[in-house]
Design a protein around this ligand. Structure first.
Ligand SMILES: Nc1nc2c(ncn2[C@@H]2O[C@H](COP(=O)(O)OP(=O)(O)OP(=O)(O)O)[C@@H](O)[C@H]2O)c(=O)[nH]1
Ligand SMILES: C[S@@+](CC[C@H](N)C(=O)[O-])C[C@H]1O[C@@H](n2cnc3c(N)ncnc32)[C@H](O)[C@@H]1O
Ligand code: SF4
Ligand code: SF4
Length: 336
């Protein structure tokens, strides 16, 4: 184990790595991807062995939480082999949590194995409980399949957190239904503000932006929201509904910036290390990985050099000219 933990220039320890294992997906959510996406050629992807080495290097440098994401992580071929390999770090105690963020479409098939490999908690993205709307927002998804997946995860003993992107004019009227459904099923629920990423030519995210301050005010009219200091190591701020006891999270990069306690960085399936979700700067980890197949020191040096330039915060801004704050990168590239 590398003796020095990863600390960024703002004295924030980096203990959480998000790994996007593929840019591909079986859905085409309108706020995330174009319908006709150009995906990376397979030859450009890091192999699962490379991704394992990369993750292991981070674990060796003090990363305690690993979240596998994408694109849709469960559509990457042999993904279970990857989880099996990484789970050795859970067994050794070096890693505290191995988890994933998924659209749920393949969960029915994978949940029992994921549970067996030490996955205890997963995040499933679900923006609506209505079949027609689900087809509209995901373009290619089927709600029933995701529901089966969520049920399979629950049956396998995996705790499920539902992630819902708050979308103006789309799921505003489902707020209380979503809360009631999650409460009934025992799932945590987190609302996410839509972020200005993706194709500029497509609907501008600004048109869909529903500030969570408004969502919270609507919830507050019906429930008592008690603030908590509970954390899952991610950016959500959690509240409990006094009436039901259930937990609600809010991820508000725009209206309440959580960058000051940022603990995470992201690696893409091509080996780019993004120091911030909301900035374009990235470091190439593929080169040191490939140039030194039997020596992790150059890779660790590259990681340390990159962390030394992690920015203080993101650059999202809906208040500027509509296009100025919009990033061209797709969320599926960095994994959200
Ligand atoms: N701006 C910003 N948004 C983030 C960041 N991390 C996560 N998000 C947003 O929150 C969404 C949900 O993240 P998840 O994949 O569920 O992970 P998480 O909230 O870190 O996970 P847990 O706290 O472990 O449940 C992401 O897809 C992003 O949209 C971050 O560092 N910065
Ligand atoms: C990019 S997806 C990858 C994992 C998986 N495919 C899924 O949907 O959960 C991760 C998360 O990013 C969120 N996301 C995608 N585009 C977004 C955007 N423009 N603003 C906010 N969240 C976004 C999704 O809702 C999802 O919860
Ligand atoms: S949000 Fe997830 S499921 Fe939807 S298109 Fe993006 S990667 Fe796929
Ligand atoms: S926007 Fe950047 S600095 Fe802020 S929490 Fe996310 S990754 Fe960290």
């Amino acid at each position: 184990m590398d003796p020095l933990p990863l600390i960024d220039p703002f004295a924030r320890p980096i203990s959480y790595l998000r790994v996007s294992v593929t840019d591909r997906c079986d859905f085409r959510c309108t706020y995330c991807m174009a319908e006709h996406m150009q995906f990376l050629p397979r030859k450009d992807l890091l192999s699962l062995e490379d991704l394992d080495r990369l993750c292991s290097a981070f674990v060796g440098m003090g990363v305690r939480k690993l979240r596998i994401t994408g694109g849709e992580p469960l559509v990457r071929r042999d993904i279970l082999t990857f989880f099996r390999r990484i789970s050795r770090h859970l067994e050794s105690g070096a890693l505290g949590e191995l988890t994933l963020t998924t659209n749920g479409s393949q969960l029915a098939r994978f949940a029992p194995d994921l549970a067996a490999m030490g996955v205890r908690r997963i995040n499933v993205s679900l923006d609506t409980l209505r079949e027609g709307r689900f087809a509209e927002i995901t373009r290619w998804g089927r709600l029933a399949q995701v529901m089966e997946g969520i049920a399979a995860a629950k049956a396998a003993g995996i705790a499920v957190k539902i992630n819902t992107v708050a979308l103006k004019g789309f799921n505003e009227d489902e707020l209380f239904e979503l809360v009631a459904w999650c409460g009934g099923e025992g799932h945590d629920l987190t609302f996410i503000e839509v972020m200005p990423m993706g194709d500029m030519g497509e609907e501008l995210r600004l048109d869909q932006y529903w500030p969570l301050s408004d969502l919270r005010a609507r919830l507050g009219a019906r429930f008592t929201l008690a603030e908590t200091d509970e954390t899952t190591g991610g950016p959500a701020r959690y509240f409990r509904l006094a009436e039901t006891g259930q937990r609600l999270g809010f991820i508000t990069p725009l209206t309440h910036n959580f960058c000051e306690s940022c603990n995470r960085v992201r690696v893409t399936c091509t080996g780019e290390l993004f120091m911030c979700l909301g900035q374009e700067d990235a470091a190439d980890l593929r080169a040191p990985l490939r140039a030194h197949p039997n020596d992790d020191a150059p890779l660790q040096a590259a990681i340390r050099a990159a962390i030394a330039r992690k920015p203080k915060g993101h650059d999202f801004d809906y208040s500027r000219a509509r296009v100025a704050g919009q990033m061209r990168r797709h969320m599926s590239h960095t994994g959200g």
